[in-house]
Design a protein around this ligand. Structure first.
Ligand SMILES: NC(=O)c1ccc[n+]([C@@H]2O[C@H](COP(=O)([O-])OP(=O)(O)OC[C@H]3O[C@@H](n4cnc5c(N)ncnc54)[C@H](OP(=O)(O)O)[C@@H]3O)[C@@H](O)[C@H]2O)c1
Length: 252
């Protein structure tokens, strides 16, 4: 996807944070935008009356399919689906919370799968389309306090990569977005240091640039991209020592 004006875009998880900012940036750049999430009032605030609003819960596959049909009817089709909806809560390694783990997998992994399920068949039928999924650099390595979030983000990275490989040649492209820290309601309560944190508007600009350039992988900001990509090369036996200070902090 190279030109934005006129593209029919559906942003899922657009009632706040990165999704809201990216929907507004895409609309500014001339896209016809539809926004979805659970909080209808917030969606209307983001839309400012200029976007299609379709309420859904990504945990409920039927509601995602219903919203996809509403968006297709209103826009006449979908060229780009941006899946942003996500969930984070800090977890303790000591006293592993199975229910919190499941909440992450359901919202981030099954939720993303439900969104893909709702848009992919029509994109294949029309012979073109782009699915952009928001994962995170947190999926690159196991971080203290992020057993649920990190595992779900690693699963998203693999899901999107596998889909990209499998769909090659069909006209449907898959793009993976991996932000570092972004100041949004999701990170507002974090008490740990968040290096190189950027605003949701900056994140949206990074994303839109990557989307227009058709990048398979959109990782930002660059210092975080370099650090987290390099972190992947650190041997397993050294990683806990490197993370020792963060681990103590998370346990306190
Ligand atoms: N902030 C960061 O530092 C950061 C870094 C890397 C990756 N990310 C990822 O970026 C994405 C957006 O996060 P954010 O920081 O912008 O957080 P946010 O402001 O809390 O936004 C989360 C969005 O997801 C939607 N959502 C959550 N559960 C949903 C559900 N069951 N059904 C439908 N929509 C749902 C929320 O809408 P409703 O509550 O209205 O449903 C909201 O629009 C997430 O995938 C997150 O993991 C964030």
């Amino acid at each position: 996807m190279n030109t934005l004006p006129g593209q029919r875009v559906w942003v899922i998880g657009a009632s706040s944070g990165i999704g809201a900012a990216v929907a507004q940036e895409l609309e500014r750049q001339g896209c016809r935008v539809a926004v979805s999430a659970r909080r209808e009032q917030e969606l209307h605030r983001v839309s400012g009356g200029r976007m299609v609003v379709a309420v859904l819960d990504v945990l409920d596959a039927a509601s995602v399919r219903r919203a996809a049909a509403e968006v297709e009817a209103a826009l006449g089709g979908i060229d780009l689906a941006v899946i942003v909806a996500g969930y984070w809560e800090r977890m303790a390694a000591v006293g592993f919370d199975r229910d919190a783990f499941v909440r992450h997998i359901e919202a981030n992994v099954i939720g993303m799968a439900n969104c893909i399920d709702a848009v992919l068949p029509r994109m294949l039928e029309q012979g073109h389309g782009t699915i952009a999924g928001v994962a995170s650099v947190a999926g690159y390595r196991g971080m203290p306090g992020a057993q649920g979030y990190g595992a779900s983000k690693a699963a998203q990275l693999n899901l999107l990569e596998s889909l990209r490989v499998g769909l090659r040649g069909t006209g449907v492209n898959v793009q993976t977005v991996s932000p570092g820290f972004v100041a949004t309601p999701m990170t507002a309560a974090n008490s740990f240091p968040m290096p190189f944190i950027i605003s949701a508007e900056q994140a949206a600009r990074h994303m839109v640039r990557g989307l227009t350039r058709g990048r398979a992988e959109i990782v930002f900001p660059w210092p975080m991209a370099i650090i987290m990509k390099s972190a992947r090369l650190v041997p397993q036996q050294w990683w806990p020592r490197l993370m020792a200070a963060r681990s103590r902090e998370q346990r306190s």
